[in-house]
Design a protein around this ligand. Structure first.
Ligand SMILES: [Zn+2]
Length: 357
């Protein structure tokens, strides 16, 4: 492994952050943290005089027990609950929760940084579907719209929103909902807003290029598509949800994605104890899953291990290891270090550090 070279000053207000000159830093020896075997090099910026280290660029910066992060990530995308994760990696539920939130934020940023637009000039097919689940109680329903690209099976967008389903009048469930709404206000139905956001994401990723969107026959999709995407660029094809869910069903890729989502995310299973207490935490869980799905997991079991959705889309030159997904902090957008960069020199946005002369 080549020696780490700081690609920029980590201080956002410093000129050397956005426009680093070669040798903007001075080496300041190294320190030996208790949790890592190798020494961590230290530096000082010549411009703002601030000190920093290799650790300042890592996503596990200031973490306790950073060595459990990869295992925790693997457990979380395998349908494991937070308590069970804590038992396996020997952390308290509280520490698991805070690590979960931090990793989810990093994965949201990573997904956003790596998926800024879709390459290719040709025709692409997209599929959209909603998974229904619940928060807190099975009466408080949630919708999870999922958008994928057909060939790569990459998950391009996912969202979570509350929906309101009224149980049979006079039933116990209906009385429960009335009591709940008395205390918390009427439950909002955000299905429309949620699907609109997902289609907005498709517009930003695919722009004016031609494509086809495949969905089931829910009337909302056609109406929102006409509003969100430019006229005549995105064709719409609907398939009845009554058709058998076989490989010959035009919606097979999205049905497969839904099944995988339920299998890998305990929170989405219909009968489980791992119910999301809050929709927000389900969103976090999905960010983790999308990072795993697009950049690490093979597209299908019939593909080679290295063929990930990101590779098929042309957004990644190879599969990213778990350690790489969690390596560098991703909060500087295209200025963040690329996950595959071992020495820190390659940025997401290809803005390479000028070679020191
Ligand atoms: Zn500086």
């Amino acid at each position: 492994m080549r020696e780490f070279t700081p690609p920029r000053c980590p201080n956002r207000r410093c000129r050397m952050h956005s426009n680093p000159l070669p040798r903007f830093y001075i080496r300041r020896g190294s320190y030996r943290p208790r949790c890592r075997p190798e020494p961590v090099p230290r530096f000082k910026c010549r411009s703002c005089r601030r000190g920093f280290s290799r650790q300042t660029f890592r996503s596990d910066y200031r973490d306790h027990r950073p060595e459990c992060n990869v295992q925790l990530f693997q457990l979380l995308i395998s349908g494991c609950g937070l308590r069970q994760c804590g038992r396996i990696v020997q952390l308290s539920v509280r520490s698991v929760q805070s690590k979960f939130r931090k990793v989810a934020r990093a994965m949201r940023q990573l997904n956003r940084n790596l998926l800024r637009s879709l390459p290719g000039a040709g025709h692409r097919t997209f599929l959209l579907d909603e998974i229904e689940t619940f928060e807190h109680s099975s009466i408080l329903r949630l919708t999870v719209p999922v958008l994928i690209e057909r060939k790569s099976l990459a998950v391009l967008a996912v969202d979570v929103g509350s929906i309101r389903r009224v149980p049979r009048r006079g039933s116990r469930r209906q009385r429960w909902l009335s009591r709940h709404e008395l205390n918390h206000g009427r439950r909002r139905d955000r299905s429309r807003a949620c699907v609109r956001r997902v289609l907005g994401r498709l517009r930003r990723l695919w722009g004016q290029r031609r494509g086809l969107l495949q969905t089931d026959e829910k009337a909302l999709y056609g109406a929102l598509l006409r509003h969100t995407l430019p006229e005549g660029h995105m064709a719409h094809e609907t398939t009845s949800s009554q058709l058998p869910r076989t490989v010959f069903n035009p919606l097979f890729p999205i049905n497969l994605t839904d099944t995988m989502l339920r299998d890998n995310n305990g929170r989405l299973r219909p009968r489980t104890w791992l119910v999301s207490k809050k929709a927000r935490h389900l969103r976090d869980q999905l960010e983790l899953y999308v990072a795993y799905r697009n950049w690490h997991r093979q597209r299908t079991n019939d593909d080679l291990r290295e063929v990930t959705p990101g590779v098929v889309l042309g957004l990644a030159e190879r599969q990213f290891e778990f350690g790489e997904l969690l390596a560098w902090r991703q909060d500087w957008r295209e200025r963040s270090i690329h996950p595959t960069s071992a020495d820190g020199r390659r940025a997401i946005g290809k803005v390479l550090l000028r070679q020191a002369s």
